[in-house]
Design a protein around this ligand. Structure first.
Ligand code: SF4
Length: 355
């Protein structure tokens, strides 16, 4: 289930990059600056590939420093989130890409095929990547169908893994919808590779066989699913007994989209709690600047304090509001959401020592 760029966005990948290439490079070695606009805890996949591409061409590559902005031959900037502010010091001819810039095209093939240069994120000890791109669905709040189209194979696990790490963070939007994706997950199971599928999987695509496969995978922390729509709760109810039997229930991490109808989200939370009283939920208020979708104060209160603060585990949202005297005017939008979610979604420690 997709979160990139607009909601649970993780790492930029989809770019309209006008990367100059070919003979141009042979003629002149350049000084390249890379700018990761969002600066989240995740490495920027596109930036790492551009770095690798230019280093292979013999160019000097460094992180963008505004102090030296006039010394660069080329500056690249990637932006995942549309709410990330523009860096005013970027040169006017900066090559920009990423959903945050409203760009949906991929990197050129010769850049996209480069193995990411992880050296520019020295604190990152895992590989990132995609096994599949695209999705079989067309959810109205999601940018994936527009930017990636229908699901298709992208890379094998062996092409993603780092030689110095057995950890792999996959950003696939709907891997269980792809036979190729499932075959690659089979390769991961029992391989010693630790995985985080950080965009969440589709609970509706589970089968006993898929649950068995997932139970054999070594997860970095969580097994992530989405519950963005009320009818998905039925599938959690259907599969929870088997997930519990396989001892996977205390690794579940449920993404929950919060749209204008906050009661809908609150009901989904209560239904999930009935299935697993200690369930780990991570809510995100819908926002999409390009469509003018801005979260209300109530959406943000629900996502950022009630759910993120784990208060959902001990009270309903109605109780939460009543105790605090919170009242909301229907549809009142605000525009002050920060990249709070992107920085915090992996820091959650939902299950404590109860696994
Ligand atoms: S299932 Fe819906 S939300 Fe998830 S990636 Fe596909 S279109 Fe987007």
């Amino acid at each position: 289930m997709q979160r990139a760029g607009k909601l649970r966005g993780t790492v930029a990948l989809d770019e309209r990059w006008a990367v100059p290439r070919g003979l141009f490079f042979a003629a002149k070695k350049m000084k390249i600056a890379l700018h990761d606009s969002d600066a989240t805890t995740y490495p920027n996949y596109a930036i790492m590939k551009i770095s690798a591409y230019h280093k292979k061409a013999g160019d000097k590559v460094e992180v963008f420093d505004p102090f030296y902005r006039d010394s660069y031959d080329l500056v690249y900037s990637s932006k995942v989130f549309d709410f990330t502010p523009e860096n005013q010091y970027l040169p006017r001819n900066t090559i920009k890409g990423g959903t945050g810039y409203g760009a949906y095209n991929d990197l050129p093939d010769e850049v996209d095929s480069a193995f990411p240069d992880y050296s520019i994120y020295p604190k990152v000890d895992y590989a990132v990547g995609f096994i599949t791109r695209g999705c079989i669905n067309n959810c109205d709040f999601c940018v994936v169908p527009k930017k990636e189209g229908k699901i298709r194979p992208y890379r094998s696990v062996k092409d993603l893994i780092r030689s110095d790490s057995n950890k792999l963070v996959l950003m696939d939007n709907n891997i269980l919808a792809s036979d190729f994706g499932i075959r690659e997950l089979e390769k991961i199971a029992g391989s010693g590779i630790e995985v985080d599928l950080n965009q969440g999987m589709d609970i509706m695509l589970l089968t006993p066989e898929i649950i068995d496969l997932l139970s054999r995978i070594k997860w970095i922390n969580y097994i992530r699913f989405s519950c963005d729509k009320m009818y998905q709760v039925d599938y959690f109810a259907k599969w929870m007994p088997l997930l519990r039997k396989k001892k996977m229930h205390n690794k579940l991490f449920i993404y929950l989209l919060v749209r204008r109808d906050v009661n809908d989200a609150a009901t989904r939370v209560e239904e999930l709690k009935k299935l697993h009283s200690n369930i780990c939920i991570y809510a995100q208020a819908e926002r999409n600047s390009s469509k003018g979708v801005v979260p209300t104060k109530e959406q943000l209160e629900f996502a950022q304090r009630y759910v993120y603060g784990r208060l959902y585990k001990r009270e309903t949202f109605e109780e939460y509001k009543r105790k605090r005297g919170l009242k909301y005017v229907s549809g009142e939008p605000v525009n002050d959401e920060s990249p709070f979610f992107a920085r915090s979604m992996t820091d959650l420690s939902c299950y404590g020592g109860k696994k």
